[in-house]
Design a protein around this ligand. Structure first.
Ligand SMILES: C[S@@+](CC[C@H](N)C(=O)[O-])C[C@H]1O[C@@H](n2cnc3c(N)ncnc32)[C@H](O)[C@@H]1O
Length: 384
């Protein structure tokens, strides 16, 4: 490869994607393991629960309040029948950081349930953790909504309503979750306009926009895997004590059937990536196939994502990557830049990094795919 050549990012190189984050249940489990290591996060307002005798999570040393302070692009306000919600206070572009905050509590999802204690105090480790928080932070926790009034332990009720699944932390074998003062106020949609991720470097939850959000509009994340059928989504959301009435859950008749079909295709799209990548490479060296032939299926998927307002995290990047490569191969700079821009902003929204897409967007003619079909195979084999 020419030293000046810019690589087109490989979607398989996304390291920190945990397919279960944003999609797994954040409900508290029951476990037998003992938890007794409580760390008040150094110099911060966050309490971290860890497993006994395992100092498993490396703790960065930070000045949290300045670094983790939320950017002021949102406000918390009445969201009608959903309770409170988070709203954009300024126009937000795709990929923009909406908020970043240090959680009140980070804990392994499997915490011991103490049968010998009164049910309202059956989770003493969690109560102990909360008691270590500064008063104003503890009060913020107890101001969060509790959608489980039937649950004897108020702490568990609040956690089950507000926890954000953050997945595995480095060195741990346990799934972790977090409860936040502001991020936990974000309501659910099956077509979320924002995504959250846990950033270990700042020990913070970050929320970024997946779609442009006009000022005054509500910010939504998905509490569950949004590519499931409506029945499966509603079943998963019953843990949160509400019936989703988002635009897609409210569809009826043929429109509902179409949405179900589209989400089914989106959910299974990953299975197709290897074959689609191979087809792209065949097309790139076969001048007899029409120039636009390769784009049809990938564009169809992009239309599905748009129709469902769902750039599904596990699959979207493969389609954007192939479309960008195909545009480069036929020297369509405008098209290549459009797909690179989409990829840059979406990958930033999901991972907090642009992963090299900015360079592709700035100069698609410098990628190794540029003019590949025009060159009719001459350099293709040098690529790999
Ligand atoms: C994490 S809290 C979100 C913030 C909450 N609305 C509040 O007032 O603090 C989750 C709870 O909000 C409500 N909620 C979230 N998304 C909703 C939606 N799409 N429709 C109705 N209620 C929703 C449910 O009561 C759910 O248990």
């Amino acid at each position: 490869m020419n030293a000046e050549t810019i690589p087109i990012p490989d979607p398989r190189e996304v390291q920190d994607f945990d397919p279960s984050s944003n999609a797994s249940s954040s409900q508290l489990g029951y476990g037998e393991e003992q938890l007794d290591s409580l760390t008040l996060y150094p110099g911060t307002d966050c309490v971290l629960l860890q497993l006994k005798n395992r100092n498993e999570i490396p703790l960065p040393h930070l000045e949290p309040e300045s670094e983790a302070a939320p950017v002021s692009s949102y406000l918390i306000a009445d969201a009608g029948s959903s309770g409170f919600g988070v709203f954009a206070s300024t126009p937000i572009e795709r990929g923009d950081l909406i908020m970043r905050e240090r959680p009140l509590l980070v804990y392994p999802q499997l915490v011991p349930f103490h049968r010998n204690l009164p049910p309202e105090h059956a989770y003493p480790e969690l109560e102990e953790a909360l008691s270590r928080l500064p008063t104003h932070r503890r009060e913020s926790f107890f101001r969060l909504v509790n959608s489980h009034p039937e649950e004897p332990s108020r702490v568990k009720g609040i956690i089950d309503t507000n926890a954000l699944h953050i997945g595995l932390l480095p060195g741990s074998t346990q799934q972790y979750a977090a409860v936040c003062k502001d991020t936990s106020r974000i309501n659910h949609s099956c077509s979320p306009n924002a995504a959250y991720r846990f950033d270990l470097d700042t020990f913070s939850i970050e929320v970024r926009a997946l779609f442009p959000i006009p000022a005054g509009s509500q910010v939504f994340i998905s509490y569950i895997d949004p590519a499931q059928s409506r029945a499966a989504r509603q079943q998963a959301l019953s843990d949160y004590g509400f019936v989703c009435a988002c635009a897609y859950c409210s569809l009826t008749g043929p429109e509902l059937a179409q949405s179900e079909t589209r989400r089914g295709l989106i959910a299974r799209a990953d299975a197709d990536h290897a074959a689609r990548d191979a087809a792209l490479e065949r097309w790139a060296r076969d001048p007899i196939m029409p120039d636009d032939y390769i784009n049809r299926v990938d564009k169809m998927y992009m239309d599905l994502f748009e129709a469902e307002q769902l750039y599904y995290e596990p699959v979207w990047e493969g389609f954007a990557t192939r479309l960008c490569k195909a545009c480069c191969a036929v020297e369509d700079a405008e098209g290549a830049q459009m797909w690179a821009r989409l990829a840059r902003t979406l990958t930033y929204a999901y991972t907090g990094k642009e992963r090299g897409w900015a360079a592709v967007e700035a100069a698609p003619e410098r990628t190794e795919w540029w003019g590949l079909r025009r060159r009719k195979n001459t350099h293709f084999f040098a690529l790999s």
